[in-house]
Design a protein around this ligand. Structure first.
Ligand code: 0X9
Ligand code: ZN
Length: 415
């Protein structure tokens, strides 16, 4: 009897250890389901744990074999976008482009991203400065790059409006940090020769934060490739530990409204209070300290969208005409590089209602022109975008960022 107990304990320990090691996705599939009514969409969302994307009547879901059966029984079928999620994750892990020194041919680890930022700052002290904005819940630093002419002279130039580009609030959106990092690298490279870039860095302060959610990003490398939230430990439910707040539901503007969840196990859990999370708290504190914040982009994936406020309501935001014009200019800029089409529009009518998002706060509380980008692709690979698409995505988004800098320099749109 004692031996049986011993074996049992050993088995349970093993199961636990394996779980803590890595979440496997063998047999999981991503389906694109077309629903006929909002009620049907609700029904699908109730039956499924991991929703990848919702837009209009289409919904992309990542399904365990059990969930596939449940959905079939409920009468839903879908187009299979990814037939074996586990295989795709494994394949991506082995996809290391030849080590040609390029930062944009494979996905970097957090330490590699931070090292690349450090190197850019160290090699270009008259153009770039690196600093810590704050710390994550697991005490990892959140770093920013400050790009402006002679950054070491003063902490912030009062006569240079600030622009902020940040990425990776959501851990599984791996394409987002390289796009932010590439922007910084290319600004530095083009400063000596490109008049538009030179004027931008002479007259503006450009801040780049490639990883807002460092704990989540590390966790997607070590344990669960499809993790979305931060890594706050919330408590035990049915004796299972529950982790994570959706940082993009934790901002104070419209916090707690539609399109966010009060359930800790939900992927859109908003947290116990606005700015309850160190990541959003430090980021918002820092953004409040910028004297003239003019423009901002919060970078996500996927779906190929250029979005602007509001997210918490379908009401039209003030200055919608300005958003519309800048948004269209960015769309054209992106399309001109590799022909990729990004749809431009206000968040709630274009995507869905989501409250407590960063973009609403930056516009509503700070009055800066704020956008959310959703990068490649439109669903073929979703969050598992192959590494050979990193560089093309970086290249196409770069001129859209430049468009924003141009607009910021041109005029104060509130006048
Ligand atoms: O739901 C989100 O947070 C974003 N989509 S994602 O698939 N990357 O998770 C959209 C955010 C836009 N909404 C607001 N900023 N409110
Ligand atoms: Zn996201």
């Amino acid at each position: 009897m004692r031996r049986i107990m011993g074996v049992l304990v050993l088995c349970l320990t093993l199961v636990w250890a394996v779980q803590a090691q890595e979440v496997k996705y063998d047999g999981y599939q991503v389906w694109r389901i077309t629903v006929r009514t909002p009620a049907e969409r609700e029904q699908v969302q109730q039956l499924v744990r991991d929703v990848w994307m919702v837009r209009g009547s289409t919904i992309d879901v990542c399904l365990s074999p059990d969930e596939q059966a449940t959905l079939r029984k409920a009468g839903f079928t879908g187009e299979v976008l990814i037939p074996d999620v586990g295989a795709r994750i494994r394949q991506q892990k082995s996809e290391f482009a030849p080590q040609d020194g390029s930062l944009f041919t494979r996905y970097l680890t957090l330490n590699e991203i931070y090292a690349a930022m450090r190197q850019l700052a160290d090699q270009n002290p008259r153009l770039v400065q690196m600093f810590e904005i704050g710390r994550s819940i697991e005490n990892r630093p959140i770093y920013a790059l400050r790009l402006t002419r002679e950054p070491r002279r003063v902490r912030v130039y009062r006569d240079r409006p600030q622009v902020v580009i940040n990425a990776m609030q959501h851990a599984r959106e791996w394409i987002t940090p390289p796009v932010a990092l590439y922007f910084a690298y290319r600004l530095v490279a083009e400063y000596p020769t490109n008049t538009q870039v030179r004027e931008a860095l002479d007259r503006l302060e450009v801040y780049v934060v490639p990883v807002v959610n460092p704990d989540g990003y590390v966790f997607t490398h070590t344990t669960n490739r499809l993790w979305r939230k931060n890594r706050r430990y919330i408590g035990r439910v049915f004796n299972q530990p529950v982790y994570g707040v959706d940082l993009n539901r934790n901002w104070s503007y419209g916090w707690g409204g539609e399109g966010s969840s009060g359930q800790p196990w939900s992927d859109t859990y908003r947290g116990s209070a606005p700015f309850s999370e160190p990541e959003t708290y430090w980021l918002s504190r820092w953004m409040l300290s910028l004297p003239t914040l003019r423009a901002h982009v919060d970078v996500h994936s996927y779906s190929q969208l250029i979005l602007w406020p509001w997210g918490y309501t379908t009401d039209l935001a003030p200055f919608s005409g300005v958003f519309e014009r800048v948004g269209q200019a960015m769309q054209t800029a992106i399309q001109s590089v590799h022909g990729q089409f990004y749809i431009a529009g206000p968040i709630a009518p274009t995507l869905y209602i989501a409250s407590g998002g960063m973009t609403d706060w930056v516009f509503g509380a700070r009055g800066a022109l704020s956008f959310t980008y959703e990068l490649r692709d439109t669903g073929q690979y979703g969050f598992l975008l192959p590494p050979d698409q990193i560089l093309p995505t970086c290249e196409e988004v770069y001129p859209a960022f430049l468009e924003l800098l141009r607009w910021t320099r041109q005029r104060d749109w509130r006048e």
